[in-house]
Design a protein around this ligand. Sequence first.
Ligand SMILES: Cc1cc2nc3c(=O)[nH]c(=O)nc-3n(C[C@H](O)[C@H](O)[C@H](O)COP(=O)(O)O)c2cc1C
Length: 205
Amino acid sequence: MCKSFKVVAIHGSPRKDGKTSELLGYVLAELEKYDDVDIEVIYLIDHPVRFCMGCYSEDSRLCNPKNCTQGVLEDSMKSLHSKVILSDAIIFATPVYWYNMSGMMKNFLDRLTSLENAGKLLDNKVAAFVAVAEEDGAAHTISNLMAFANDNGMLIVPYSLVYTTGRRVKEDEEATFYAKRLGHNIYRMLKMACKIKTPWKEIND
Ligand SMILES: Cc1cc2nc3c(=O)[nH]c(=O)nc-3n(C[C@H](O)[C@H](O)[C@H](O)COP(=O)(O)O)c2cc1C
């Protein structure tokens, strides 16, 4: 179980070569140092997902990965669900759009609700965050992502508030150091998480 680790980075900017990519790059460069880590960056702009249709709100039993990817919802989410389920760690990387995550990222999270509903399928996966803003809203954005992760039983990496504001990314020494440290700490958390046998949703450990 602890032999190798799959990390997926969910990239929520429509600009693949923007600042989100740049800051995320420091995290991934650190993780790439480990031979037992396999990294995949998923650019949401390449995987359009429709809005959540609120099946849960009608009947929670209707909100499951099957219902969530058929009919009008038959879209990229089917493969994204699988990638997420098979991952050990998820890095959520987003630009700040109006003091929050991008719409693409929010749609993606909404569509992950079916995994929560199907038995908390994100439980014990490691969660980390990267945000990029021009002026304001990055910490708030990451806090919202953290709430999602925590409420899905994910393990939030210590010192996960990794963001940059305004400056050119490479000139922001604090942010680039935090990003490198995040990569290192994701690995430490992966090592810990794989030893945990009882899902966090249980109380009988
Ligand atoms: C629709 C939209 C809304 C934005 N809202 C904010 C905001 O609330 N706060 C902020 O500091 N920057 C805001 N920005 C600026 C982006 O966060 C900034 O340009 C960021 O670097 C974009 O990331 P990218 O380079 O990866 O595309 C906004 C940009 C767009 C396009």
